[in-house]
Design a protein around this ligand. Structure first.
Ligand code: 5RP
Length: 231
C-alpha cells in the first residue's frame, strides 16, 4: 500500500466568514509566488485559502516553492497538499504572508486570534517583506477597537503578567478558555496560556513594554514591519 498522508478534510472553506473577500486576497497573493521562493506561511482562514491557491499551482507542476509554516496545523496541511516545508533553522524566508485581526492606517496589526502569534512574529521578523491578507472588516481607525491584544504567557506567570498588564493600562485582561464549555485554558503549541488584554489606546511602545514583562513569550501586537496589505 502507498503511504497515505491524507488525514484532513480540506473542504471546509465555505464556513469561513467573508469568504469571497478572503479568497480574492488569497488569489492575488498566490500569483506573486515565483519558482525557488522560500515563503513563510501564516495561520488562520485567509492564510489557509492562500495556501490552497498556492498548492494548486504546485500540483499543476508549474511552481516550485518551499514553505516555512507558522503553526503545526499549517505544516500538516502543506504536507497533505504536497507543498515542501522547512524550518527557520534551515532557511530564511524570502517573504511571508499572513492574515490579521486588525490593521490600522500605520499598518500596525493585531494578530493571534488563532493563538499562533509567536511563530507568526518569528517568521515575519526574519522575512524582508510580509503580505497581509485581509477582508474589509479588518481595517480599523483605532487599533484595539474590535479585538484585545493576545499575549502568550508561561502558565506559572499568568496572574503576575495579568497584573502588570493592568498597570500598563489594560482595561480588561482575560485568560483565553477553550471550547464551547470553556472548561480549561487554551494551550498553545509550546504549552503556554493566552491572555487577551483590551486597551483603549495602543502606542507603538506598548509592544516592547508587554514583551519586557517576565513570563511573556510574545504578543499579537505587530509594529514596524515591512508590510503590504492585500484585500
Ligand atoms: C492567527 C492569526 C490570524 O492570521 C488572524 O487571526 C486572522 O485570521 P483569519 O484569516 O481567519 O481572519 O493571527 O494567529
Amino acid at each position: 500500500m502507498e503511504w497515505d498522508n491524507k488525514l484532513f478534510d480540506l473542504n471546509w472553506s465555505q464556513e469561513i466568514s467573508n469568504y469571497d473577500q478572503k479568497l480574492a486576497a488569497a488569489k492575488k497573493l498566490s500569483i506573486m509566488a515565483k519558482n525557488g521562493d522560500c515563503i513563510g506561511f501564516g495561520s488562520g482562514s485567509t492564510s489557509f485559502l492562500a495556501m490552497k491557491e498556492l498548492a494548486q499551482r504546485v500540483q499543476k507542476g508549474g511552481l516550485n516553492i518551499t514553505a516555512i509554516p507558522t503553526s503545526n496545523e499549517i505544516a500538516m496541511f502543506c504536507n497533505q497538499l504536497g507543498i515542501k516545508t522547512t524550518t527557520l533553522n534551515e532557511k530564511k524566508p524570502d517573504w511571508c504572508f499572513d492574515g490579521a485581526d486588525e490593521v490600522d492606517k500605520k499598518n500596525r496589526l493585531i494578530k493571534g486570534r488563532g493563538g499562533a502569534m509567536y511563530r507568526e512574529k518569528l517568521i515575519m521578523s526574519n522575512a524582508k517583506k510580509a503580505y497581509i491578507l485581509v477582508d474589509k472588516t479588518k481595517f480599523v481607525d483605532r487599533l484595539g477597537q474590535n479585538f484585545a491584544v493576545p499575549i502568550e504567557v508561561v502558565p506559572n506567570a499568568y496572574i503576575s503578567v495579568k497584573n502588570r498588564l493592568l498597570e500598563l493600562g489594560a482595561k480588561e485582561v482575560t485568560l483565553r478558555l477553550c471550547g464551547k464549555s470553556k472548561d480549561g485554558p487554551v494551550i498553545t503549541e509550546l504549552g503556554n496560556y493566552i491572555l487577551d488584554a483590551k486597551f483603549d489606546k495602543i502606542e507603538d511602545k506598548l509592544e516592547n513594554q508587554i514583551k519586557s514583562i517576565v513570563g511573556v513569550l510574545e504578543s499579537g501586537l505587530f509594529v514596524g514591519f515591512n508590510i503590504e496589505v492585500i484585500s
